[in-house]
Design a protein around this ligand. Structure first.
Ligand SMILES: Nc1nc2c(ncn2[C@@H]2O[C@H](COP(=O)(O)OP(=O)(O)OP(=O)(O)O)[C@@H](O)[C@H]2O)c(=O)[nH]1
Ligand SMILES: Nc1nc2c(ncn2[C@@H]2O[C@H](COP(=O)(O)OP(=O)(O)OP(=O)(O)O)[C@@H](O)[C@H]2O)c(=O)[nH]1
Ligand SMILES: [Mg+2]
Ligand SMILES: [Mg+2]
Lengths: 293, 278
C-alpha cells in the first residue's frame, strides 16, 4: 500500500547515515570525554570508541531505545564485562581456619588505612583479625598500624628493632597462627614499579608467609600510570584482588580498569573515606555508571 | 598556503592525545589544543609536510608559557620575615609530611634554622611520623594531643619560633579531599589563624584528572602560593604539572624523586615538555 511504502521510505531517511553520522560522532565524543575525565586509559578509550561506533551504526535500533541509550548500553556492558560482570561476590573468609592476606601497593595508596577497614569488615563476620606491620621503612608506620589495630579491635604485631621486613612478616604470621587468629593481614611499605629491590622484597615476603591472597591497594585518583604500575606488581607476585581507595573524592577511578586488565584480578572493595568503616564491597555496575558520569 | 582547521586537525589531535597520555587533565589538554589551533589557523606554509614541526614548536612555546618554576630561597629572602612560615596542604597520601622533611634538609643545608608544627592531629601515627623526621634532622617539633585544634598547633609553633629566633616554621596539615566541605573549612581556619607566609600545595604526580580539581578547589579555599609534585621517580610523565600550572598559575618549586631527604630537585619545565613531545 502507499502508506506502507511511504512509511518505510521515511524510516529509511531517518536511518540515513548522513543524518546519523554527525550525531553518532558527537555521541561517541561525549562518551569518550566522560571516560577520559574518569582516568580510563587513553588507548582503551579510543579502542572502545571504535567498537561503539561500529556497533551503533550497524545494529538495528531495538524498539523504544534511542541511539544515545544504545551507545551508553554498549559501553556500559563492555566495561562491566571487563570488570568481571555485575554479580559482585560478597567477600568471605572461612571461620576456624587461617587466611593470610598480603597488602601491596604504591606509596601513599592507602594500604595501612585499608588494613583497618578490612578488619572492620571481616570482624562483622565474626572472624578474629591480626595486623602485621611489615613496613620497617616509613617513619611512624608501627605506630600508625598499632593505633588503627587498637581502634578496629585487631591484634597487632610489629617489631621496631628488626631491620628485615621479611623476618617481621614471617615472625608476625607465625605468632598469629599460634594464637589461632583467623585472618592475618600483612601490611607492607609502599613501593613502585621502578624500585626493583623493593619489588623483589615482596616476592621474598610472599615466599616466607605463603599468603592466600595478595591484594593490590590502588589509589582511585591514579592516572595513566595505572597499567604499568599494576603490571609491575603482577609480574612480581600474582595479584589476587584489588582494593580501590579514595573514591569519596571527585576521582572516578578509571585507572582501576587498566589495573584489572593488567592483573585479571577482581576489585573486591573500595575505600570511601578515612574512617575504618568507610569500606564498601565493589559493584561493577555502580562503578561504571559513575565513570560514564 | 594558509593553514585551515582541517589541515591542522590530525596534528592537533595527536598533541592532545600526547598531553592526556602524560596525565594532563582532559579539560586542560582541550584548552591548550584549542589555543594552539587559534594560534596556528591562517599561518602560511610552503608544504603540508611543514605542519607537524610548526605545530610542535608552537606547542613547545605554549607549554613554556604555562609552566613556571620558582626558587624557595629567593622567595624567603625576598619577604625578609622572621620567622617565615610555610604551610603544606594537599589531599591524602600525596607526600606532604615526607616533603616537609626534605624541604627542611634543603633549607638547613643553606644555613637556616627551623621548627615543625605537627598540625595533623587527626590521622593515626601522624604525630609520631613527623616526630621521627624531626629527631633525625635535629629539629624541634611543636605538637599537641591527637584531636587538638590544628590551628592552635600552628599558632604555637610560630610563637615558639618568634621567641627563639628561629628562621622558619614548616606546618604539616592532615590530608583531605577537596570535596570534603568540613575539612576544607577547617583548612581555611588554620590558614586564617596561622597566616603563613607561603602555602605550598603538595600534589602526587601519579594523579590523573583529579589533579586539576584538587588545585582549583584548594586554591579557592586558601590561596596556593607554590606547588611541589611528588613521586616523579615512579616514572610519572608530570602532566599534573601542566594541569595545575594552567589552572592556578603558580610556580612549581620542587619535584620529589624518592623517599629520602636528598630526593628533591628544583622543577625544570623542560623536563615535562620533553616528556610530552618525546
Ligand atoms: N579520603 C580517603 N582517604 C583515604 C582512603 N584510604 C586511605 N586514605 C588516606 O590516605 C592517606 C594514606 O593512607 P595510608 O594508609 O598511610 O597509605 P599507605 O599505602 O599505607 O602509605 P605508605 O605505607 O606510605 O605506602 C591517609 O591520609 C589515609 O587516611 C579513602 O578511601 N578515602
Ligand atoms: N617514591 C616516592 N615516594 C614518596 C615521595 N614523596 C613521598 N613519598 C612516600 O609517599 C608516602 C606518603 O607520604 P606522606 O609524607 O605520609 O604523605 P602525606 O601527604 O603526609 O599523607 P597524609 O598526611 O596521610 O595525607 C610515604 O611512603 C612516602 O615515603 C616521592 O617523591 N617518591
Ligand atoms: Mg602504610
Ligand atoms: Mg602527612
Amino acid at each position: 500500500s502507499l502508506s506502507g511504502a511511504l512509511g518505510s521510505a521515511i524510516k529509511k531517511v531517518l536511518r540515513a547515515p548522513v543524518v546519523d553520522e554527525k550525531v553518532v560522532k558527537e555521541l561517541i565524543r561525549d562518551i569518550q570525554r566522560a571516560l577520559l575525565q574518569s582516568d580510563v586509559n587513553v588507548k582503551l578509550v579510543l579502542e572502545l570508541s571504535k567498537n561503539i561506533e561500529k556497533k551503533i551504526l550497524e545494529e538495528d535500533l531495538p524498539p523504544g531505545i534511542t541511539r544515545r541509550e544504545l551507545a551508553i548500553k554498549v559501553v556500559y556492558d563492555e566495561l562491566v564485562g571487563l570488570l568481571g560482570g555485575d554479580k559482585p561476590q560478597l567477600p568471605k573468609y572461612p571461620k576456624g581456619r587461617t587466611t593470610i592476606v598480603l597488602l601491596v601497593g604504591i606509596q601513599g595508596s592507602g594500604k595501612t588505612t585499608s588494613a583497618s577497614k578490612l578488619t572492620f569488615y571481616f570482624k562483622k563476620q565474626g572472624l578474629s583479625m591480626g595486623l602485621v606491620c611489615a613496613d620497617n621503612f616509613r617513619a611512624g608506620a608501627y605506630d600508625q598500624l598499632s593505633q588503627l589495630a587498637t581502634k578496629a579491635g585487631a591484634e597487632f604485631y610489629g617489631d621496631r628493632t628488626n631491620s628485615n621486613a621479611v623476618d617481621i612478616a614471617k615472625n608476625g604470621v607465625k605468632a598469629f597462627k599460634e594464637k589461632g587468629i583467623e585472618v592475618i593481614i600483612v601490611d607492607t611499605a609502599g613501593r613502585h614499579k621502578n624500585e626493583s629491590d623493593l619489588l623483589s622484597e615482596i616476592s621474598q615476603i610472599a615466599e616466607a608467609v605463603k599468603p592466600d591472597e595478595i591484594m593490590l591497594v590502588l589509589d582511585g585518583t591514579i592516572g595513566q600510570q595505572a597499567m604499568q604500575q599494576a603490571e609491575a606488581f603482577d609480574q612480581t607476585t600474582k595479584i589476587g584482588t584489588i582494593f580501590l581507595t579514595k573514591l569519596d573524592g571527585s576521582a572516578k577511578g578509571g585507572g582501576a580498569l587498566s589495573a584489572v586488565a593488567a592483573t585479571k584480578a577482581p576489585i573486591r572493595f573500595i575505600g570511601t573515606g578515612e574512617g575504618m568503616e568507610e569500606i564498601e564491597v565493589f559493584s561493577p555496575g555502580r562503578f561504571v555508571s559513575r565513570l560514564l558520569g | 598556503r594558509e593553514l585551515s582547521e582541517k589541515d591542522l586537525e590530525a596534528s592537533l589531535w595527536n598533541f592532545q592525545v600526547a598531553l592526556m597520555e602524560c596525565d594532563v587533565a582532559l579539560l586542560v589538554a582541550e584548552e591548550l589544543t584549542s589555543r594552539l589551533k587559534a594560534k596556528m589557523v591562517g599561518t602560511k606554509v610552503k608544504r603540508l609536510g611543514d605542519i607537524t614541526p610548526l605545530v610542535q614548536s608552537a606547542f613547545e612555546d605554549l607549554l613554556k608559557e604555562n609552566l613556571a618554576s620558582g626558587d624557595l630561597l629567593t622567595i624567603i629572602k625576598a619577604k625578609g620575615k622572621k620567622p617565615f612560615s610555610i604551610m603544606f596542604i594537599g589531599v591524602n597520601g600525596t607526600g606532604k609530611t615526607t616533603t616537609i622533611a626534605k624541604v627542611a634538609r634543603y633549607l638547613m643545608d643553606h644555613g637556616l634554622t627551623l621548627v615543625f608544627a605537627a598540625a595533623d592531629t587527626f590521622r593515626a601515627g601522624s604525630e609520631e611520623q613527623i616526630e621521627v623526621h624531626a629527631n633525625r634532622l635535629n629539629v624541634k617539633v611543636i605538637k599537641h594531643k591527637y584531636g587538638a585544634d590544628p590551628a592552635a598547633v600552628a599558632y604555637d609553633a610560630i610563637s615558639y619560633a618568634k621567641n627563639n629566633n628561629i628562621d622558619l616554621v614548616l606546618i604539616d596539615t592532615a590530608g583531605r579531599m577537596q570535596t570534603d566541605k568540613g575539612l576544607m573549612d577547617q583548612l581555611q581556619k588554620i590558614y586564617r589563624v596561622a597566616s603563613p607566609d607561603l602555602s605550598i600545595f603538595v600534589g602526587d604526580s601519579l594523579t590523573g584528572n583529579d589533579a586539576l580539581q584538587q588545585a582549583e578547589e584548594f586554591n579557592k579555599c586558601v590561596p596556593i602560593d607554590a606547588v611541589i609534585l611528588t613521586k616523579i621517580d615512579a616514572d610519572s610523565k608530570g602532566g599534573a604539572a601542566i594541569s595545575i600550572s594552567a589552572s592556578i598559575k603558580k610556580p612549581i618549586l620542587f619535584l620529589g624523586v624518592g623517599q629520602e631527604y636528598k630526593d628533591i630537585i628544583p622543577f625544570d619545565p623542560e623536563w615535562v615538555i620533553n616528556n610530552v613531545l618525546g
